[in-house]
Design a protein around this ligand. Sequence first.
Ligand SMILES: Cc1cc2nc3c(=O)[nH]c(=O)nc-3n(C[C@H](O)[C@H](O)[C@H](O)COP(=O)(O)OP(=O)(O)OC[C@H]3O[C@@H](n4cnc5c(N)ncnc54)[C@H](O)[C@@H]3O)c2cc1C
Length: 473
Amino acid sequence: MGRTVVVLGGGISGLAGASFNALPISIKMESSERLGGWIRSVRGPNGAIFELGPRGIRPAGALGARTLLLVSELGLDSEVLPVRGDHPAAQNRFLYVGGALHALPTGLRGLLRPSPPFSKPLFWAGLRELTKPRGKEPDETVHSFAQRRLGPEVASLAMDSLCRGVFAGNSRELSIRSCFPSLFQAEQTHRSILLGLLLGAGRTPQPDSALIRQALAERWSQWSLRGGLEMLPQALETHLTSRGVSVLRGQPVCGLSLQAEGRWKVSLRDSSLEADHVISAIPASVLSELLPAEAAPLARALSAITAVSVAVVNLQYQGAHLPVQGFGHLVPSSEDPGVLGIVYDSVAFPEQDGSPPGLRVTVMLGGSWLQTLEASGCVLSQELFQQRAQEAAATQLGLKEMPSHCLVHLHKNCIPQYTLGHWQKLESARQFLTAHRLPLTLAGASYEGVAVNDCIESGRQAAVSVLGTEPNS
Ligand SMILES: Cc1cc2nc3c(=O)[nH]c(=O)nc-3n(C[C@H](O)[C@H](O)[C@H](O)COP(=O)(O)OP(=O)(O)OC[C@H]3O[C@@H](n4cnc5c(N)ncnc54)[C@H](O)[C@@H]3O)c2cc1C
């Protein structure tokens, strides 16, 4: 009889971990009735697609290429909606500062020109960066790193906004080493971020396929799927069940204990099952509460990986127009503590606007505003978020009319925070797993990247570590 591998969590990381796993028996557990985790796409009354979680996947780099390869293997090529390099959604991103939208400069000419809200052309920040010595700390906050290398304006406007856009987090708490490892590595290896990015870290081998070549030739900045990104976990589920993997939905794992012969007992609400190996693709803090007493040091390291909530408000307007064309805009915390940014969904993916088509935007709410509200224990009503989002759309984009459709979702603890010293938590978890030879592999957004590409890669790596060899998906 083959080994039994149980994968915990039916988000994209767990689905990828199970699909790359070629072991004969693999069982996939998911606490909710649907798979996909934060990837969720819903249809509006006019057929428009509203993404409640991620809305675009980047094709760049080896990880981006691997995801495209998976898309082709799942037979989804004809569903891909690309954003090509010459499209406004690929070229234009904005910051909302001082009550106005400012285009972020692109290209060398853009860097040489004055570019408000920055007081000087960004070229000067680049020049300063080239002259700064290498940092000596093993980790640093994103804010401190950016301030040291690029100056206070870039730190408090650009990097602050970027941390809010990617992690819904605070640049003064997040770790440069874990959140932006390529910037950290560039400084370590080449003394300068600019030199490091120019000289590169050497070419990583990249898979090849017709879709990957098309993405490179057309310089895609991101892509989605015609019916929304949830098509990806749905296709993975079909693939898994066709291979005989048992997918158990509505089955929250309640505990893990070690049997005498080194196997796991995975406890469910009313039953249990045994496993030779467990791949955990549930949030680190959830896993920390399921581990047995023997694994207390591991549980302690995992419980320290916290996450923040985001309220996602999808709005659709009939007959309305945006003042600018681009991917969207970010809002630094100094401008508004609660509005992280607004994504102009219709610009990137007009194919998803429905019929009759309506302008879709998504307002992301979070930051210290939401944290204070959550801590106060007051009722977090849908109306509160809707009103805050509509006000932001009206003030920041001039969308003053009533939306024809609105969806409000508060995603609790949806984005893990890689705070200063995150790498040490990962290190102690790894050391414990190795020293105790626990048949447990960690995957998912809690560890080494929150983007969909990172999560798929974490699932693939988990399968590699279980198989001891590269998987054939
Ligand atoms: C609002 C938002 C917007 C985003 N935008 C983008 C974007 O545009 N591009 C991008 O690349 N990334 C984006 N991301 C990030 C990305 O979507 C997530 O990091 C990724 O989907 C996380 O996948 P995961 O499988 O690691 O975790 P999850 O999606 O959290 O999956 C974990 C699963 O485990 C299940 N589970 C939990 N506890 C148990 C238990 N006890 N037993 C069994 N199952 C359990 C949960 O129900 C869940 O289904 C966004 C995220 C959010 C929240």
